[in-house]
Design a protein around this ligand. Structure first.
Ligand code: AMP
Ligand code: GLY
Length: 433
């Protein structure tokens, strides 16, 4: 089966590995803007082009692709799935109208309210140039300011973390010069992610994962694309209640149904729900129309089904006929990023990959020249430990990281007993009040 993977990061390397493990005779093709050495090694052929370039569609046609899988959000926002479908190529990745759930935060909040989807915080959308933000911020108190469009996870600012009330007011006005803005209630709690395969109607859920957005240990420093993530050996994380996971699943099912009602497009692909577990239950922070990066690396290696089989059931609308299962194991994923990332990353510096011990290695934003691996300005390599407990998986990830040499930085604390205890304690205190 001829499969085209679009995207060239760590998430896509994890997808490529899952495709390569398939017994459906996969022949993998890739379209990526830079040559990811991990993906390139698994490919029969690849195209070096921006993932949003319609040339990707011609490449798919020329290579008689039978199934396309979209990794990142940019090609979804550019409507690449719509073009592929028009050419008769089935796609794992929603069409543009359905992908709005990720690339237009203003649309999404209005949509949730209109369809009565639970877990929507208090919010108000302000259109580009509109006034009245100061009054709304005064009314709500603790707020989060979100540019409506895609910002690579770096445009959202949280009052209390990033600035006080005057800073929030100024930032809202600054964003409004160029974009619509969502101002919403600041939620207090612990975040978790649930990813699902969606065939337009049926959803199959992966275990919950927790990502770490901040650059440095102790959740300090600027926001990043995600420094690392973990999951436990069951569906829930140590700080979660079973009901948090079930509520998240229910919200995601409601959302898929409502998208079809609202857009008349069936959502086929991956749906990523990001939630905050709070003292009052769970709320939706955002939806993404794709796997998370790093969260894909936690769950795909645990998938017991043949990944291509799952993909075929997604595009055929027959996911209800199979039982999607994940191994009951814990994983810890840690990103090695260039020193100085995200504000002032060291670019074009050599990384040596030594003994990765018992960990799995995923290539992200690195490039290969004369048989050497170099950093770019983004997250470079991800290391994954898998074991029966989070603590053991963390040790394996850490052992793997010690096999990487170069001007790199990673978070020591992700997945450690100490941080897991802190998260549990935080939730316990919130629930007690
Ligand atoms: P987003 O790009 O929407 O995922 O937001 C980036 C980060 O901002 C999230 O991972 C949260 O840590 C934080 N955030 C977003 N919305 C809220 C909210 N309503 N309350 C508290 N934190 C939030
Ligand atoms: N790790 C967060 C994301 O992929 O959006």
């Amino acid at each position: 089966m001829r499969v085209l993977l679009i995207g060239g990061g760590g998430r896509e390397h994890a997808i490529a590995e899952a495709v390569a493990r398939s017994l459906n005779n996969p022949e993998l093709f890739a379209a990526m803007s830079k040559k990811n050495p991990g993906i390139a090694r698994l490919c029969k052929d690849f195209l070096l082009k921006k993932e949003t370039d319609p040339e990707v569609v011609n490449y798919a046609i020329k290579n008689k692709i039978e199934l396309a899988i979209i990794g990142p959000e940019a090609p979804l926002a550019a409507g690449i799935p719509d073009l592929l479908l028009r050419a008769g190529i089935p796609v794992v990745g929603p069409r543009r109208l359905a992908a709005q759930i990720e690339f237009d935060k203003a649309w999404t909040r209005d949509f949730m309210k209109k369809h009565g989807i639970s877990g929507c915080p208090d919010f108000k959308v302000f259109r580009k140039g509109e006034s009245g933000t100061d009054e709304f911020i005064d009314e709500i108190g603790g707020v989060v300011i979100k540019p409506a469009g895609l910002t690579g996870g770096k445009g959202v600012r949280v009052m209390g973390d990033h600035f006080g009330i005057e800073g929030a007011k100024a930032y809202a006005k600054e964003v409004l010069k160029n974009d619509d803005v969502v101002i919403e209630e600041r939620l207090i709690g612990e975040e978790f992610t649930v990813q699902a395969f969606v065939d337009g109607e049926n959803l199959s859920f992966a275990p919950a994962v927790q990502d770490h957005k901040r650059a440095f240990d102790g959740d300090m420093g600027p926001n990043t694309g995600g420094m690392g993530s973990y999951n436990d050996s069951g569906d829930i994380l140590p700080f979660m209640k079973e009901s948090d996971y079930n509520d998240a699943k229910k919200i995601m099912c409601e959302t898929v149904r409502a998208i079809k009602k609202e857009t008349h497009v069936a959502y086929q692909g991956i749906l990523y729900g990001q939630f905050m577990a709070t003292a009052k239950g769970i709320s939706v922070i955002e939806f993404n129309a794709r796997f998370g990066d790093p969260e894909a690396m936690n769950v795909l290696p645990l998938l017991e089904n043949d990944f291509l089989e799952v993909c075929l059931n997604i595009v055929n609308g027959t996911l209800g006929n199979i039982n999607v299962k994940f191994k009951k194991q814990a994983t810890v994923c840690k990103y090695a990023v260039p020193a100085g990332y995200p504000d002032d990353p060291v670019k074009d510096s050599i990384v040596e990959i030594g003994n990765m011990k018992e960990s799995l290695l995923f290539y992200s934003s690195v490039y290969e020249k004369d048989n050497k691996i170099y950093t770019t300005g983004s997250r470079a390599l991800a290391v994954l430990g898998i074991s029966d407990t989070i603590g053991d998986a963390e040790k394996k990830a850490q052992a793997g990281l010690s096999g990487l040499k170069g001007m790199l930085h990673s978070r020591r604390d992700i997945g450690t007993d100490e941080l897991i205890m802190k998260r549990k304690q935080h939730m316990k205190e919130l629930r007690a009040n």
